[in-house]
Design a protein around this ligand. Sequence first.
Ligand code: ADP
Ligand code: MG
Length: 444
Amino acid sequence: MSLISSFWNRFIEKLEKNKENNPVMYPLLKYAKPIKLTEDKIIISVDSPGAQEFLEKRSKEIDAALFDHSQKRIEVEFIIRIPSKKSITPPLLSFEPSIEDVFVKSGLNKKYNFDNFAVSTSNQVAYAASQAVVKNLGSAYNPLFLYGGVGVGKTHIAQSIAKKILEADKNKRVYFCPGDNFTNELIESIREKATSRFRKKYRYLNLLIIDDIQFIAGKNAVQEEFFHTFNAIASSGGQIILTSDRPPSAIKNLEDRLHSRFLGGLTVDIQPPDFELRSAILLIKAKEKGIDIDIEAVKVIAERITDCRGLEGTLLSVYAKILGTKEKIDLEAVELFFSQNNGEKKKRINPSEVIKTVCSFYNIKQSHLKSPSRVASIAFYRQIAMYLLEKELGLTLIEVAEMLNRKDHTTALHAKQKIGNLILRDPNLKKEIDIITQSLFQST
Ligand code: ADP
Ligand code: MG
């Protein structure tokens, strides 16, 4: 520390002891800056003319304090700090957000980008469409509607598009929003009477992604707001990307005008990954996590685990098993893992997860499912939950009835038979139940 700063700092420390007596002067001096110290003079810079004037009026007092401090007569002079160009530039530069900050602000997760996205037959159309959207934001396909079952990579692709756009120009206004967040945020803003803030946030975007758009169905105020958000963005040249676990036509309680908007761009489905793609994804995930794995071991996992989320989960579980004993995952480790874990899958899921998953799929409240309500739609979803509890978890009919607050187990028996029969006749229902089951067993 320079002589002048140490002199000044010690002086300030001394004043601090007495600061109650100088409630204005002390803080002004504390934030002032010593510029020059000679035998008999000290020049101090302050931020404002007001501070300068205030301190000048008390210069006698300050001179006395300086004498007390140094046993020398030192006269004080105050000048106003003129911010030089140089001193302005660095802070401004450091306020400029980094690309990572921009990603976070845009709702993006650092995990996902196109570099770690594998392309194969099941997702190549979606991949090509996403590249077209990146190249012609707002003009190629609006909206881009991506749908497919759990874990096929919808979120991964959507986030990768957002990153590409920001990497090319980080001033682009991009926002990635999970569907239920959009809903919750809107409801909150209505309650707080802050809808104009909500609109300002959403309507001027260059790119809005709503992930899992099916969550807005059935909620009138939310659909209304989304309709206007959509129009505002699209009409000013912005891009909308939507993802869903089902095609627009299968989203129940979706307003017609939204349905037709959704179909107004490009709708692409992503199929479950084939064996090659699953192997590629495993290799990518292993590399990212620094896990060494034999190709033979990769093949066995990719053969047995058919959903993407399960792949990563299994990779980590096998890795946890070999830690401390082996350097890399080999065929033997994988086979041992599967022989030990066979059949454990169903036991791991608990009944409340089944209820939660059914409710979130059909967008209804758990309390409704468990209530005495006999409204037809609620009763139907309740039967689906009962069917799954019995079939997938092996609960007894009495246990199933109890889980849903039914007094009589014959309700559960009726549900089991009815849904079991319906599935055989109604391929749409079968598909829905498959999606629910798949998301139940995915390991995340
Ligand atoms: P979805 O949103 O369709 O449910 P996600 O995008 O969350 O699926 O993907 C689930 C997991 O699988 C993520 O870890 C994701 O990185 C991975 N994944 C899915 N598809 C691919 C792919 N083609 N290449 C690399 N990773 C993938
Ligand atoms: Mg997703």
